[in-house]
Design a protein around this ligand. Structure first.
Ligand SMILES: C[S@@+](CC[C@H](N)C(=O)[O-])C[C@H]1O[C@@H](n2cnc3c(N)ncnc32)[C@H](O)[C@@H]1O
Length: 220
C-alpha cells in the first residue's frame, strides 16, 4: 500500500506550509478517497462546482496527484481531467528569496519516479480512471495536444522559474474558453506574481483576479 505521507519531498517551510495528509484517504482497501483533502487546489473547488456540467479541465504539474485527486473526488461535474507532468528530475527555485543559483529544493530521478508511481496508483484506484487523460511529457509539448478554447478550467502548477512561469502562462491561457477559470499556484512567490501581473497587463486582461492560499484565479 502506498504511504500517503510526504517523506520524499523537501518543501521549504518559509515558502510552503506543512501539509498533513490523513491516512483515512487510503479508504477501505478498494480505492482512495480524497474528499476534503487539503491540497493546493482546494480554494477553487467551489468555483469549479458552480461552473456547469460535463467540464473538461487540466492540471499542469501533477506530482503525486494530491490536487488532481482532490479535483476528481470533489467535483462530480468534471467529465474529463487532463493531467500533465514530465516526471523528470528538476530543481524548484521558488525560495524565500528568488535566486536562480540557489534552488529551494531538488527532485532527483528516484523521487520523480516515486511521484509518478504514487500518482498513477491513486488514479488507478480513484474509481474515476475513465475521466483521466494523462500527458506524461513536457508542459509545452502537452499544450500542442489540447485544442485552444477547449478547457473549462485549468490549474497551472508546473513552473519552477520566472522564465517557465511566463512560458506556461503564454502556452496555456489560450486553451481555456471564454468564461472558463484560469488559475494557478505559487502567487505568493514574487516571480510568479510578477509574471502573472505582467501577463495580464500585456494581454489587457482586466477581469477581476482573486488570490487566496497562494492560488490566483480569474474568469476568462
Ligand atoms: C509543485 S509540483 C506540482 C504539485 C501539484 N500541482 C499538487 O498540487 O500536488 C510541480 C510538478 O511539475 C512538474 N514539472 C515541472 N516542470 C515541468 C515541465 N516543464 N513539464 C511538465 N511537468 C513539469 C514536476 O515534475 C512536478 O511534479
Amino acid at each position: 500500500m502506498i504511504d500517503l505521507y510526504e517523506e520524499n519531498v523537501h518543501y521549504n517551510p518559509l515558502v510552503y506550509k506543512p501539509r498533513h495528509f490523513n491516512p483515512s484517504w487510503n479508504m477501505d482497501g478498494k480505492g482512495y478517497n480524497f474528499t476534503d483533502c487539503p491540497s493546493d487546489v482546494k480554494s477553487i473547488i467551489h468555483s469549479i462546482n458552480f461552473l456547469g456540467e460535463d467540464l473538461v479541465g487540466a492540471e499542469i504539474g501533477v506530482a503525486k496527484g494530491h490536487s488532481f485527486m482532490t479535483l476528481l473526488h470533489n467535483c462530480p461535474n468534471i467529465k474529463t481531467l487532463h493531467g500533465v507532468d514530465h516526471y523528470q528530475p528538476y530543481e524548484d527555485y521558488f525560495n524565500d528569496v528568488y535566486d536562480e543559483s540557489r534552488p529551494a529544493y531538488t527532485i532527483d530521478e528516484k523521487q520523480a519516479t516515486y511521484s509518478k508511481i504514487v500518482c498513477y496508483n491513486f488514479i488507478k484506484f480513484s474509481g474515476m480512471e475513465e475521466k483521466v487523460k494523462f500527458h506524461e511529457m513536457e508542459s509545452d509539448k502537452a499544450a500542442e495536444e489540447i485544442e485552444d478554447g477547449s478547457l473549462d478550467f485549468i490549474f497551472v502548477d508546473a513552473y519552477l522559474t520566472y522564465e517557465q512561469t511566463k512560458k506556461d502562462l503564454d502556452v496555456w491561457y489560450p486553451k481555456v474558453r471564454e468564461g472558463g477559470i484560469f488559475a494557478g499556484h505559487d502567487y505568493r512567490c514574487d516571480v510568479v506574481e510578477q509574471a502573472v501581473d505582467s501577463f495580464r497587463k500585456k494581454n489587457n486582461i482586466t477581469n477581476k483576479m482573486s488570490v487566496f492560499d497562494e492560488t490566483f484565479i480569474w474568469y476568462k
